[in-house]
Design a protein around this ligand. Structure first.
Ligand code: HEM
Length: 210
């Protein structure tokens, strides 16, 4: 019973960390959209605000810890689920009812993680260590690199797939009644997944060609 309680607590913590990251990703998307409209001045001002606002500065380590927690817990849950599962999903009937996205959360997550490492090296580290004021030039310049843009688009498609299952799964972990909420949660999850995948990818592709 204690073990059950612990694993439920882990699922809830995983759900909360996932939803926290969803919130962050939407703020990030809103800021990135200013690259296209209204444009350079608005984007630079938004980045400057994020870099200097005391509340945002306070939230930065929380976000970092949220990522670390989500990734570590995701890997841990996958590891323990695999060791408990007698047969691989492919040969197992449970695979029939589950979606591809739900069976591959770890792989879409790890792909996003790979992109995060590249993003850190190309953007976050220069941003933190150098006196960069033209953020617009730094970001849009990166999109001129076809390999970076391809990785970027693939990573956000992977994140979209991750969220197409993750969003509804998080609410189910938090106890949303299956019969009442399932359809609405699936629909919301799919819309969120599409907006994230399409929104970030469209910005990258726009600057690749313009
Ligand atoms: C911005 C990035 C990310 C967002 C917005 C996100 C969001 C989510 C959400 C909402 C869930 C559902 C939680 C639940 O089932 O209760 C989830 C689950 C999961 N995430 Fe992420 N995630 C992100 C990155 C990652 C990364 C980098 C990994 C790397 C390993 C990862 C691995 C997982 C795994 C394995 C699960 C399934 C856990 C389970 O139900 O057993 N995620 N994610």
């Amino acid at each position: 019973m204690t073990i059950l309680k612990t694993s439920v607590a882990k699922k809830i913590a995983m759900a909360l960390s996932g939803l926290f990251l969803v919130m962050f990703i939407f703020i990030h998307l809103a800021i990135n959209l200013t690259l296209i409209y209204p444009g350079k001045e608005a984007f630079d001002a938004a980045v400057e605000f994020m870099a200097t606002n005391p509340f945002i500065q306070l939230m930065q380590p929380v976000l970092f810890l949220g990522f670390i927690f989500h990734i570590a817990m995701g890997i841990y849950l996958e590891w323990t689920n695999r060791s408990k599962r007698p047969v691989n999903y492919v040969n197992n009937n449970s695979g029939v009812a589950s979606s591809w996205a739900s069976r591959n959360m770890i792989w879409t997550g790890l792909f996003v993680l790979l992109f995060l490492a590249v993003h850190f090296a190309n953007y976050f580290i220069p941003f933190k260590t150098q006196q960069i004021h033209d953020h617009y030039a730094l970001v849009t310049g990166l999109f001129k690199n076809p390999i970076y843009t391809l990785l970027y688009v693939l990573a956000f498609v992977a994140l979209g797939i991750h969220l197409s299952h993750g969003f509804q799964s998080a609410f189910q972990s938090l106890g949303a009644p299956r019969e009442k909420c399932n359809k609405a949660l699936v629909l919301c999850g799919n819309i969120i997944a599409f907006v994230v995948a399409f929104g970030f990818s469209a910005i990258a592709i726009y600057f690749y060609f313009n």
